[in-house]
Design a binder for this molecule. Structure first.
Ligand SMILES: [Mg+2]
Length: 292
């Protein structure tokens, strides 16, 4: 895309979604655990706010509740409110409550993941009772970061899916970035296993799904075309932005490199590539200066 066109598009941006891991912080676990703040992260968030744009941050991790992630980010100097933190659990609870307002949903994940479902008053299957043999009826099985997913859970999940429940998954990314190694994703691993045993196809609710883009767009109060999505993974943030019609940005401090951006499929190619978040501020400043 020509520089002038990108500048014009950035000038129209009225909301920004920042990825967390590999974009704002780099860490040894999901959502900034034991992490450090990446260059320009605090400043870019501040600039975006000062320029009058709305803000949210989005991690595909579902181990922690948004309020805990927000508190952790604030302890590192990254100023975000609890409401500005999005996870696939937030998207899942929102989407599944709308789709199945009166039905029970079977959810696998940490207590942190369940917070969003309780908050939105989603009717949940009691897993302990179901595993003990009590009858249940569910329209959807939702899989998140569940590190205690053993045979008993496999059994009730497979039964639900074979009876026609839909299969949803927080993220099916095989890995996510951290300081010194690639962390293996859990929910995609479980969901693809359930797909194998039940034949039911999984649908991802976290990034890069259109569900996530829609929930973000609603929160930021902007159509996708007025939103910039910036993150470190072309297959997540850039793909979601391009498919949804948002502006796609890549920062090369995590998973994807500038070479990856040059060689990836054209339909998911990021429209802007920066090597740190200070460069994003420069691009936004240029766009804002050209506006007046
Ligand atoms: Mg990331």
């Amino acid at each position: 895309m020509a520089v002038a066109t990108l500048t014009e598009r950035l000038a129209q941006v009225k909301g920004v979604m920042f990825d967390i891991d590999g974009c704002l912080v780099i860490s040894d676990g999901p959502a900034g655990q034991d992490g450090r703040v990446l260059e320009g992260a605090i400043e870019s968030l501040r600039y975006v706010r000062e320029s009058g744009r709305s803000v949210c941050v989005f991690t595909n991790g579902t181990a922690q509740a948004p309020a805990d992630i927000a508190a952790h980010l604030r302890s590192m100097g990254i100023e975000v409110s609890d409401d500005e933190v999005f996870t696939p659990s937030v998207v899942a609870a929102t989407v599944l409550k709308r789709k199945f307002p009166n039905d029970q949903i079977m959810v696998f994940g940490t207590p942190g993941m369940l917070v969003d479902f309780h908050k939105r008053d989603v009717n949940l299957v009691d897993l302990d009772k179901a595993m003990a043999g009590e009858k249940f009826d569910t329209k959807a099985v939702m899989v998140g970061w569940d590190t205690n997913f053993g045979r008993a859970k496999l059994q009730i999940a497979a039964e639900a899916l074979l009876a026609g429940a839909e299969l949803y998954c927080a993220s099916d990314a095989p890995f996510f970035a951290s300081n010194n190694r690639l962390n293996v994703g859990v929910s995609g691993f479980i969901a693809s296993g359930l797909e194998y045993v039940s034949g039911q196809q999984r649908e991802v609710l976290g990034k890069p799904s259109h569900y996530s883009m829609e929930v973000i767009s609603e929160y930021l109060g902007q159509p996708a075309s007025n939103i910039l999505v910036i993150g470190d993974d072309i297959s997540l943030e850039s793909k979601m932005a391009r498919e949804g019609g948002a502006v796609a940005g890549l920062v090369t401090t995590g998973t994807s490199s500038a070479e990856d951006a040059a060689s990836c499929a054209p339909e998911i190619k990021p429209e802007l590539v920066v090597s740190n978040m200070f460069e994003l501020i420069d691009l936004l400043k240029q766009a804002d200066a050209a506006k007046v």
